[in-house]
Design a protein around this ligand. Structure first.
Ligand code: FES
Ligand code: FES
Length: 156
């Protein structure tokens, strides 16, 4: 076990964990931030996506020892002042989920996509979201939600 200082959703945490423990399990089991999901554990599905310094990473493949002192954002950190993030709101408005298991990772990947490209076309969205799998097949609604979020963000 080693001690690590983590910054998650703007809060500081001290955690004791094996250095090679995946960030996913630190978030879920030690910090009780269970919005980040375990899907494949192999970097293939994107269910475990979080933002590290604003970039999407697979928390199932990210050792906790590599993220100390870096800014981590999980799905629990997107809403502010009681209002959902525009991407969260757009997913709700477009009903862009069925079981919802992929949704946290989808939303965080979409937030990162929109930070890189504020006016993505359909192809940009499909390409940018390639690493996130939805087993329920709600892809058309996910694309619509990201387009809606892009419009909402441009107006605000
Ligand atoms: S659980 Fe991490 S990519 Fe699937
Ligand atoms: S909504 Fe079920 S996996 Fe995407």
């Amino acid at each position: 076990m080693s001690a690590f200082a983590l910054t998650v959703n703007g809060r500081q945490y001290q955690v004791d964990a094996p250095p090679d423990q995946p960030l996913l399990w630190v978030l879920r089991d030690r910090l009780q931030l269970t919005g980040t999901k375990y899907g494949c554990g192999e970097g293939q599905c994107g269910a475990c996506t979080v933002l590290l310094e604003g970039k999407p990473v697979r928390s199932c493949l990210t050792p906790v020892s590599t993220v100390a002192e870096k800014h981590i954002v999980t799905i629990e950190g997107l809403a502010s002042n009681g209002s959902l993030h525009p991407v969260q709101q757009a997913f709700l408005d477009e009903e862009a989920f069925q079981c919802g298991y992929c949704t946290s990772g989808m939303i965080l990947s979409a937030v990162a996509l929109l930070s890189r490209n504020q006016q993505p076309g359909e192809d940009d969205i499909i390409h940018g979201m390639t690493g996130n799998i939805c087993r329920c097949g709600t892809y058309p609604r996910i694309v619509a939600a990201i387009q809606r979020a892009a419009k909402t963000s441009r107006k605000s």
